[in-house]
Write a protein that binds this ligand. Structure first.
Ligand code: IVH
Length: 708
């Protein structure tokens, strides 16, 4: 990194000196230095994923700069980080012409396509020497073109039609991983145009949609839409809040002071990306996301291995891009009007497909919510055959105008459950039928109700069979009481046979009758008995969660349990008392209060206690994560490879017990990576990011003292 060719140590020392001097007199002469330091620390945080000062110290630097700029508005520097988020709203985006046309890429789908691409290049160049390629991710977001002049970011534009795009400079400035200033001049570059992709981290996307759901706003179908939508928002403040990211994958123009094209001076694609990285841009990471290779076999393997691990990457990818590395050779290959002949996209299996919606079933959940489920003509979406997909609720169906017989686009993003993106109304034959939402429960025929302000129709009959079975299935499920061997199908079967009418029956189960049923040998009867027995000793949060109270998920159940000695204590708590619990909001409090005011729940808990089920908080359920002295407060863990002593689930439970969090991807913010045998890319990445790596043994030794 040579933002200003200073070493990290120099930046660090200067930061500490400034922080120490802030209590003394400060004047505007500090502004220059503050801008430089804050830009450096933004780089460490947003691009390197490795901050060297605390958030608080960063905030102090930032607020000091704001204070000085407010007092000296005429002296505000153009690259000041305070200028990232402009106050003015964009009325309409102006159209601008790109410095060079933005083309597309040709697609390939398998190794043979890559081989043919290689052969075409050999023919174009007229040489059969082994050629070097760079392979890097094909990021699935919104394309962006950045123009830097005299080291300053002067323009950012969307792709548009490839010739002209929309000027979104103010919005690009609000993206923290896009440097406002970069030292191109040190390389003799006066004007540069860079190409890249604006993305949203998958976790940020999930949080964004959760937040929108809470506010009753329409959800984004996928991270790509959230990113491209973000680029086109009118208010740069909102862009900043969306926490977008940008990867830069190409220098498309490099000119010296006289306007002469000097791009080829930088020799190759890989050298130019190294340069961008050293200038402070976020680029595909060398050796991990970026491969340099002369072997088609190796290239094909790299592409497939990324296809396999695409879900664990923090951003959406739709393929890999293979680029001939040498700039002179690229020039010899040239372009078609559509794509460069020196590059090709290796497309991952489609996560979208079109199929026919055959029928709609209406399912009754344990809360009585009626969910319409579309039955589809089976279709492969990203390697899985999809035959059913939830249509959520009546509003969803009406909004998307989905009809029986429609051709629909189905998508699967990440690990997310498949969903219908839209119906293709243009190709209707006229025979399609609107979906009639039932007015009576499909299970018990009682009249459905829809509370105002809710999108969901509900069956309110407490004796509805589907609701009872749904509650039982939830009760025994893995995250609830975790009664192994009591799968969904068995719950249905035992219910039909009258062996399981209510939750109590689980703990007074007729094992004798079970042993007379076909398919239940002595071993499986014994296994079920053991699984039920061991669930009697579960931590109390599991029982609270298993009761299926609305809004009480696993996390809330743990938070609530940490406050009481026994589940029965909730019977004596008011809404206000419940609300006082850290992180419990009024909606949750209200539901818990209402539930525990009901006699049948009190009775059920008393009965379960008599049947030997634990209803008391265990020592280990005390509020570790809320404890300020807890050294693991705020730390994150990730497991990779095969663990020897623990199962993954057990390891994750231990992490929760010590008040830390489990995460699913390696990022600079990860506190510990725990490695088992045959750890792969996660370990490599963690090492590259300087993350603390622990063996399973070290992990256990470290946390042992904190497991009371
Ligand atoms: S190179 C001249 N590299 O893919 C073509 N494109 O059809 C230069 N994309 O929307 C494109 N990741 O924004 C290139 N590593 C990558 C890419 C990438 C994503 C997008 C690009 C465009 C599409 C190309």
């Amino acid at each position: 990194m040579h933002l200003k060719k200073k070493t990290a140590a120099t930046y660090y020392k200067q930061t500490k000196q400034i922080l120490a001097s802030l209590s003394e007199h400060i004047d505007h002469s500090l502004m220059h230095q503050l801008v430089e330091l804050i830009n450096y620390h933004e780089y460490c945080y947003y691009i390197d994923n490795d901050p060297v000062i605390s958030d608080k110290e960063f905030d102090t630097l930032f607020s000091t700069l704001v204070e000085l700029e407010t007092k000296n508005p005429k002296k505000v520097l153009p690259d000041s980080p305070t200028q990232r988020v402009s106050n003015s709203l964009t009325s309409n985006f102006e159209s601008v012409t790109h410095l060079s046309p933005m083309l597309s890429l040709e697609n390939s789908y398998n190794k043979q396509d890559i081989q043919e691409f290689n052969e075409r290049i050999i023919r174009l160049i007229g040489s059969s020497d082994r050629m070097a390629f760079t392979v890097e991710p094909k990021y699935d977001g919104g394309t962006i073109a950045l123009v830097y002049e005299n080291n300053h970011l002067v323009r950012a534009a969307t792709r548009g039609n490839g010739e002209q795009g929309d000027d979104i400079t103010q919005n690009a400035k609000a993206i923290r991983s896009i440097p406002l200033w970069a030292d191109f001049k040190s390389l003799g570059i006066h004007r540069a145009e860079l190409r890249g992709e604006v993305l949203i981290n998958k976790n940020t996307f999930t949080d964004l949609n959760l937040d929108r759901q809470k506010k009753g706003e329409q959800l984004f179908a996928n991270p790509r839409n959230a990113a491209t939508g973000g680029l086109r928002m009118k208010d740069p403040k909102m862009v900043s809040q969306r926490k977008l990211d940008a990867f830069i994958y190409q220098i498309s123009v490099a000119e010296d002071e006289s306007g002469t094209d000097i791009l080829r001076d930088f020799k190759s694609h890989s050298d130019s990306i190294d340069i961008l990285e050293s200038l402070g841009f976020k680029t595909p990471e060398k050796g991990i996301e970026r491969l340099f290779s002369t072997s088609i076999d190796e290239i094909a393997t790299f592409c497939s291995s990324w296809e396999e691990k695409r879900e664990s990457f923090s951003f959406e990818l739709d393929g890999m891009v293979i680029k001939l590395d040498d700039f002179n050779l690229q020039e010899q290959c040239g372009f078609t009007s559509h794509h460069p002949r020196w590059a090709i996209a290796f497309k991952f299996k489609a996560k979208q497909a079109t199929t026919k919606l055959l029928a709609v079933d209406f399912q009754v959940g344990r809360t009585g919510a009626i969910t319409p489920v579309a039955r589809l003509e089976g279709v492969d979406v990203g390697g899985a055959t999809i035959t059913n997909v939830s249509l959520h609720n009546e509003e969803f169906i009406l909004e998307k105008d989905i009809r029986i017989g429609d051709q629909v686009i189905v998508e699967r993003a990440g690990d997310v459950i498949p969903y219908i993106v839209k119906s293709l109304s243009k190709v209707r034959s006229g025979e399609e039928q609107p979906i009639d939402f039932p007015t009576q429960c499909p299970s018990c025929s009682s009249t459905l109700e829809k509370p105002i302000e809710e999108a969901v129709w509900r069956c309110v009959n407490e004796d509805c069979t589907s609701k009872i079975v749904g509650k039982l299935i939830h009760f025994v499920s893995k995250d609830a009481m975790n009664i192994d061997g009591f799968g969904e199908a068995y719950v249905h079967k035992f219910f039909e046979l009258g062996m399981l009418k209510s939750i109590r029956d689980i703990y007074q189960f007729d094992f004798e009758k079970l042993s007379t049923l076909e398919g239940f040998g002595a071993k499986s009867v014994e296994n079920l008995r053991e699984a039920i027995d061991s669930s009697r000793n579960n931590p109390a949060y599991r029982l609270l969660y298993a009761l299926g109270i609305r809004y009480v998920g696993k996390t809330n159940a743990k938070t609530l349990i940490a406050e009481v000695d026994s589940l029965l204590d909730f019977c004596h708590m008011s809404v206000e008392q419940l609300c006082e619990i850290h992180e419990i909001g009024p909606k949750v409090a209200e539901q818990v209060y209402k539930t525990f005011q009901k006699d049948d729940i009190r009775q059920l808990i008393n009965d379960l206690q008599k049947l030997g089920v634990n209803i008391h908080r265990l020592e280990s359920e005390k509020k570790a994560e809320l404890d300020e002295d807890n050294p693991f407060n705020g730390t994150t863990f990730l497991f990779t490879g095969t663990l020897q002593q623990l199962k993954r689930n057990e390891a994750k439970e231990l992490v929760e017990k010590i008040g830390a969090k489990n995460v699913s991807a390696v990022s600079g913010k990860l506190s510990y990576l725990v490695v088992g045998e045959k750890a792969g890319s996660k370990l490599k990445k963690a090492k590259a990011l300087g993350i603390h790596v622990l063996s399973e043994k070290e992990f256990l030794a470290m946390i042992k003292p904190y497991l009371s």
